[in-house]
Design a binder for this molecule. Structure first.
Ligand SMILES: NC(=O)c1ccc[n+]([C@@H]2O[C@H](COP(=O)([O-])OP(=O)(O)OC[C@H]3O[C@@H](n4cnc5c(N)ncnc54)[C@H](OP(=O)(O)O)[C@@H]3O)[C@@H](O)[C@H]2O)c1
Length: 273
C-alpha cells in the first residue's frame, strides 16, 4: 500500500484528494491546522489525520515524525495548503504580504525539506506542488498571490533537476478556477480606505469576476482536480506540469498563441474595461 501526505486537507482540493486516494486504496496522512474540527476524514479506514500548520516548523517535523512512525514509508507529498491575497499591491500591508509568502511558498519549501531525507534514503518519492494557472499567467489586482505561485513554479522546476538525479520526482499541479473555500473563507483582501485611486479598477475587476462566476466559466469541482492529481501521481510519466480544468488549458493555450503582450491586452479588455 502506498502512502500520500497531504497539506491543507481540511477542505477543498486537499480534502477531495485525501478521499480519492483513500478510495483508490492508498494510505493517506491528511494534515491540517485544526484536526479537532474534522468529522469526515476521521471516519475513513485508511486515512489518518495529523495537525500541521505549514508556517510552524515544529508542527511540520512532529507530523513528519509521527507519519513515518505510523506508516514507515511515504511515497508522495502533496503540497496543497495555500490561499489567495487579493487586491492592489500598494494596499496590502507588510504582514499580509509576508503571511502570503509564508504559507504559499516558504511553507511549501519547509514541508518539502522535512520529507527530503526520507526520500533521499529511499532513492524514491514524489513531490506534487499545487501551483495554479495563476503560476503561468496573471490577472490584474492579484500580484501577490501570483508572485507566490510563480515562485512555486520556478522553485519546483529547478528542484526537479537536482532531485531527479536522486530518483525523486517533482510535479506541478496547475488548476484553473475551482469551487472551494478559496474565493470565500480562505481569501484575504488588501484594503486601505484612505487610498481611492484603485477603486475604479477594483470595481471593474469585481464586476468581471462576478460575470465570470455567473457564467459558470472556470469552475471545476475539487473532485475533478483530485482526479487530475491522482492521474499525475500514477501516470508514470516524467511530466513536470499538469494544467487541470478546461479554463486553465484554454487560458494557457491563448497565452502561447498570442504571446505575452497581446495576451495582456486581451486580459485588460476582459477584466478592466
Ligand atoms: N480554488 C481555486 O480556484 C484554486 C485555483 C488554483 C489553485 N488553487 C490552489 O489550491 C490549493 C488549495 O486551495 P483550495 O481551492 O482547496 O482552497 P480551500 O478550500 O480554501 O483550502 C485551502 C486549504 O489550505 C489550508 N491552509 C491555509 N493556511 C494554512 C497553513 N498555514 N497551514 C496548513 N494549511 C493551511 C486551509 O486550512 P484551514 O481550513 O485551516 O484554513 C485549507 O485546508 C491552494 O494552494 C490554492 O492556491 C486553488
Amino acid at each position: 500500500m502506498k502512502t500520500i501526505v497531504i497539506t491543507g486537507s481540511s477542505t477543498g482540493i486537499g480534502k477531495a484528494t485525501a478521499k480519492l486516494f483513500a478510495e483508490k486504496g492508498w494510505q493517506v496522512a491528511a494534515t491540517m491546522r485544526t484536526p479537532a474540527n474534522e468529522t469526515e476524514l476521521t471516519t475513513l479506514d485508511n486515512v489518518k489525520v495529523y495537525p500541521l500548520d505549514v508556517t510552524d516548523i515544529a508542527s511540520i517535523t512532529s507530523a513528519r515524525d509521527q507519519i513515518l512512525a505510523d506508516f514507515g514509508t511515504v511515497d508522495v507529498v502533496l503540497n496543497n495548503a495555500g490561499y489567495g491575497l487579493m487586491g492592489a499591491f500598494e494596499l496590502a500591508d507588510t504582514a499580509q504580504i509576508k503571511r502570503q509568502f509564508d504559507v504559499n511558498l516558504f511553507g511549501l519549501m519547509d514541508v518539502t525539506r522535512a520529507f527530503l531525507p526520507h526520500f533521499r534514503a529511499n532513492k524514491a518519492g514524489m513531490f506534487l506542488n499545487v501551483s495554479s494557472i495563476g503560476g503561468r499567467i496573471t490577472f490584474p489586482l492579484i500580484s501577490l498571490y501570483h508572485s507566490t505561485k510563480w515562485a512555486v513554479e520556478g522553485f519546483s522546476e529547478s528542484l526537479a533537476y537536482e532531485l531527479g538525479e536522486l530518483g525523486i520526482q517533482v510535479k506541478i499541479i496547475e488548476p484553473g478556477g475551482v469551487a472551494t473555500d478559496f474565493g470565500g473563507r480562505s481569501m484575504d483582501m488588501a484594503n486601505n480606505e484612505a487610498t481611492t485611486d484603485y477603486n475604479e479598477s477594483i470595481g471593474k475587476f469585481m464586476a468581471a469576476m462576478t460575470e465570470r462566476a455567473s457564467s459558470g466559466l472556470g469552475q471545476s469541482t475539487a473532485a475533478q482536480i483530485a482526479e487530475g492529481i491522482y492521474a499525475a501521481t500514477t501516470d508514470g510519466k516524467p511530466q513536470l506540469r499538469y494544467l487541470l480544468g478546461d479554463d486553465a488549458v484554454q487560458m494557457y493555450a491563448m497565452r502561447k498563441e498570442y504571446g505575452d503582450d497581446a495576451f495582456m491586452v486581451g486580459m485588460k479588455q476582459r477584466m478592466l474595461s
